[in-house]
Design a protein around this ligand. Structure first.
Ligand SMILES: [Zn+2]
Length: 587
């Protein structure tokens, strides 16, 4: 019997996914997997991680076992795989077709089988794996195996014996986050040699980074101006509900999500968000871990994130489809006070690392330079000095040497006993009399009235900046005392610069790529919505916005031309081709 040559990766990429070429690191990873080499792929969200095992799974003989930590995530990915014609199933406690899945698996009818780590590591599952051919183990969210990662799951530690039991089966671990330390640990825990670590760049060029000192009160108006679906991260359950109510008043569709809600209500909110094209979700940071929604257009942080890593990961939930997206952070001096206040509750050995975390964040918000460069340098890259797609690159702020003014402000805090808030210190420095000032004799101090009017205008942002860097520390009543490098600043050994946005520069706003208002594009979107509702999948599973945009632009008139559009694979062409062609024919 003549053997048929297996399809090449490029064939499958084109036929199944409708893509002309691989993105970034994909090809390298796929090639290694097909050669049976153990690999740890570090790829940013949006770089097309899942394709790295889906594609080999189609080519290789046998089933690819995908280990994933969250049921909702598995279901999203199964749906997307299914839509392009990959034979995929999930085996979880939430599936009532388990018996059917097991018999399909035994019969070799599955390309992908998704399971959770606790099931995968059990003896029963191991016995099942011996009954048919296993092509590959794909370990998704592999940082969960490392205690150094931000999301350690003990169940992931149980995978190693399983993997070693099937030592001949190639293994591919995937994660979007990992500093070098965590990276090495993941590889070691999963038995992957160091030269098997493939790192794709961390840059997400389609995300516009914006950071702004601002109160939460501005969030509703900010969100109102951002088109498409988006996530607002708030720090507490209470805040999520309040912010959601404010956004609702602007007329936008909005839901909230936090751990205090009934699981069913929460699941419903999540499903509604995933299938929407324009909904806002106000949530605590747990939201988003388990969803695979590529068309999130913005992520707003209502308050300081926990760390640069957390910020990168949370903001990275925007724009996975590669279309323009916005990451907008609103921070306050109080966020830094709280973050630095928590340091004292930590064991001494963790102090240094945590302090570095907060300092890195303060650098990100205080920099007059490119924010993307700050992020990328944090991950060990050497980016160019400007990116052209962050607030500072687009509207360079004014940089002021505030060393002298800092010395005045810090002296005022010191001389008044390190217990007064900014309002009082401003009056002292500006030489404004009031009852308290006279009562405490602060008008007799050498710092009374030493700043002029133009300097006075800079005191508030300066106080914010000094709190961000830790030189001023607020107590629970807002009283400011010296901290960090305050004394070095007062002695003139340390320079202080602050970056202030130029007045009149709109630093806000997204850059919608979609030709909103283009009748053909809108009609294609409407068709997509109808089809999505009929099939019971989110619209992006049918086609991404970019694919519809290209249709609206090139107006293909036959199936062949439609099939040449990026994102239109054979399966989707057959399922939806005629429907979309008929829409195009009407315009
Ligand atoms: Zn920039």
């Amino acid at each position: 019997m003549a053997s048929v040559a297996p399809p090449t990766p490029t064939d499958v990429l084109h036929r199944l996914f409708g893509f002309e070429g691989f993105r970034r690191q994909q090809e390298q990873v796929v090639t290694r997997v097909l050669a049976g080499q153990r690999t740890l792929a570090i790829m940013p969200t949006g770089a097309g991680k899942s394709l790295c095992y889906q594609l080999p799974a189609v080519i290789m003989d046998g089933t690819c076992i995908v280990i994933s930590p969250l049921i909702a995530l598995m279901h999203d990915q199964m749906r997307a795989a299914d839509a392009v014609g990959i034979r995929a199933a999930t085996l979880t406690s939430a599936d009532d077709n388990r018996a059917e899945t097991i018999s399909r698996f035994r019969a070799g009818e599955l390309d992908l089988l998704y399971v959770a780590p606790e099931r995968a590591s059990g003896q029963e599952f191991r016995n099942l794996l011996r009954e048919t051919k296993i092509a590959l183990f794909a370990i998704d969210e592999a940082h969960c195996v490392s205690e150094w990662g931000h999301d350690f799951r003990p169940d992931y530690r149980l995978l190693r014996p399983l993997l070693d039991d099937f030592a001949h089966v190639p293994r591919l671990a995937l994660t979007a986050t990992a500093d070098t330390h965590t990276r090495d640990d993941i590889a070691e825990q999963l038995g992957i040699a160091k030269d098997g670590i493939m790192v794709a760049g961390f840059d997400r060029p389609n995300i516009r980074y914006i950071a702004e000192a601002g109160a939460n009160s501005g969030i509703a108006s900010l969100v109102k101006g951002l088109p498409g679906a988006g996530i607002v991260y708030a720090q507490t359950r209470d805040r999520t509900e309040k912010i959601a109510a404010q956004i609702a008043e602007t007329g936008r569709r909005v839901l909230y999500y936090h751990a205090g809600m009934e699981p069913q209500t929460r699941a419903r909110a999540q499903a509604e968000f995933v299938s929407s094209e324009d909904m806002v979700m106000v949530a605590t940071v747990a939201f988003g871990m388990g969803i695979d929604k590529p068309d999130v257009r913005f992520v707003v942080h209502a308050g300081l994130p926990k760390s640069i890593e957390a910020y990168y990961q949370e903001s990275g939930r925007a724009g996975r489809d590669g279309d323009p997206a916005v990451a907008h952070m609103l921070w306050s001096a109080g966020d830094f006070t709280r973050a630095r206040g928590r340091l004292s509750e930590l064991a001494p050995e963790r102090h240094e690392a945590e302090l570095a975390r907060v300092d890195a964040l303060s650098h990100l918000v205080e920099t007059p330079g490119c924010r993307r460069a700050v992020l990328l340098r944090h991950f060990g890259e050497s980016p160019s000095e400007t990116c052209g797609n962050c607030d500072n690159c687009m509207h360079a702020p004014d940089v002021h040497d505030a060393t002298e003014l800092s010395r005045k402000l810090l002296s005022a805090a010191y001389r008044t006993g390190q217990r007064f808030g900014m309002g009082h210190l401003e009056k002292v420095l500006a030489g404004q009399q009031d009852e308290r000032i006279t009562q405490f004799g602060h008008d007799q101090l050498s710092v009374f009235g030493i700043v002029d009017r133009s300097e006075a205008a800079m005191l508030k942002p300066l106080s914010r900046a000094l709190q961000a860097r830790g030189a001023l520390v607020a107590n629970e009543h807002g009283g400011l005392k010296l901290g960090g490098d305050a004394r070095a600043i007062m002695r003139g050994e340390q320079k202080v610069e602050i970056a202030l946005a130029k007045p009149g520069n709109a630093r806000r706003g997204g850059r919608p790529e979609n030709p909103i208002g283009n009748p053909l594009f809108e009609a294609l979107r409407a068709k997509r919505r109808t089809l999505a509702e009929n099939v019971g999948v989110p619209p992006y599973v049918i086609f991404h916005d970019a694919t519809l945009r290209e249709m609206a632009l090139t107006r293909p008139t036959d199936i062949r031309a439609l099939g040449r559009i990026s994102g239109v694979g054979a399966r989707k062409l057959e399922a939806y081709g005629e429907e979309f062609l008929s829409v195009i024919a009407q315009y």
